[in-house]
Design a protein around this ligand. Sequence first.
Ligand SMILES: Cc1cc2nc3c(=O)[nH]c(=O)nc-3n(C[C@H](O)[C@H](O)[C@H](O)COP(=O)(O)OP(=O)(O)OC[C@H]3O[C@@H](n4cnc5c(N)ncnc54)[C@H](O)[C@@H]3O)c2cc1C
Length: 452
Amino acid sequence: MSVPLLAPTAQRPVVVIGAGPAGLAAARALSARGIPYVQIERHSDVGGIWDMDNPGSPMYRSAHFISSRDKSGFFDYPMPSHFADYPSREQILTYTRSFAEHYGLRDGIRFETTVQSVTQDERSGEWTVTTDRGEIAASAVICCTGVTWDPQVPEVEGTFDGEIRHSVTYRDASEFRGKRVLIVGLGNSGADIACDAAQNADRAFISTRRGYHFVPKHLLGTPSDQTEWLPIWGERLLYSALAPLVIGDVRRWGLPKPDHKLFETHPLINTQLLHHLQHGDITAKPGISRFDENGVFFTDGSHEDLDLVLFATGYNMSIPYVPQDYLEWKGGRPAMYLNAIAARPGLFGISYIEVNSSAYTLFDRIAHLIASHLDDVRRRPSRARRFRRMVRTEKPDLTGGIRFVGSDRHATYVEVRAYKRELRRVARRMGWEQLTPGTLAESPVATAGALR
Ligand SMILES: Cc1cc2nc3c(=O)[nH]c(=O)nc-3n(C[C@H](O)[C@H](O)[C@H](O)COP(=O)(O)OP(=O)(O)OC[C@H]3O[C@@H](n4cnc5c(N)ncnc54)[C@H](O)[C@@H]3O)c2cc1C
């Protein structure tokens, strides 16, 4: 059966689920086009995971953005220049909240309301959004409930008498004091948390199966992501040439040599960890082979006595309120056109994407694309149907020629330049307005300059 497209109206608005950065980007894009919507947020305020008081947030006190201030803001709403090059968790939260204020988005949010399920009547196309405070009839649903709350923990043989946790529960470096601690996994969060352990634990270890490329945070005194204007091959050439000079051979500090080329996995933008390895504050270990009651055996046969094992092994992408068969799931990731548009009409998701860049501007670009389509559903149904055909039949290559490693995490990984190019191409083919300064704002360039 082909499910009809339903135009957003005041009686059947679009429902945006979640009021973190992605949900706020969706709300701004819809309101810029005058598309009726309601936003549902289970917490008492906006900001998503950057609010450590939001239950389930994986945020820890020492967290900073790993993408830089000037590359990481919402579109047309730059972060204030007095923020740090790599803003702190508090700065990101303040900035995100000021964005919601500036665009008057709070009024459209129903706080302290949790979406429990969404279902679609396949004959009419209407959605029923069931919350703990009642039901809403909707024309479309945009899922913006985040991707860093459902912990992925590998199975390890054996029994350990100490504490085993996932990094989603980690908050503060004081948790490491007086303990022998192992951090498992070397993503950017794992590397950050390992630095906290290096400075606070009695003994600190980091375990990784795979070697990663390190990229310094600054180059010639400016944040290294400022080189994103280079083509990907140019950036690769630059950092591959610099790495032997600036970083050297990481095997000297016990880390494995990367088994892949730069940018085929997410690089580690953390030279502080190298500093701690170089000073003996933390020791690198290979993968875990099994637990015993006192600690861990590693794949090289060595053993460490431990008090705490903290898995920083990432997250499953979960959308628990959407019936499993509404989305095609592959390797724990929802397969969607441009990582945002489900095959089922009226179902969208923002932030189900892993990318070699900052996220907020991309959220805005995706939100603008979704809003352009929903505007067509109300005003130009034949063009909306044309877009639906593209969604059903096309699978654009978003890798930019990079052969990402074959892990689940990299199954939805996209190369930012290729992704932006494709979004522009789709807008051109559909005759939609491109996202340019002023598209989403009444004043051409809004700014968060008044923030402290
Ligand atoms: C340590 C760390 C560092 C990071 N650094 C960067 C960086 O440097 N640059 C960058 O661009 N990104 C970074 N990110 C990525 C980060 O995920 C984004 O910055 C952003 O917070 C994602 O926004 P979101 O709105 O998709 O999800 P979230 O921030 O997770 O927000 C989701 C919202 O949905 C709500 N919600 C969930 N379920 C329901 C429900 N059933 N009903 C109603 N509401 C619900 C939650 O309460 C929450 O408010 C980092 C992430 C982490 C963990």
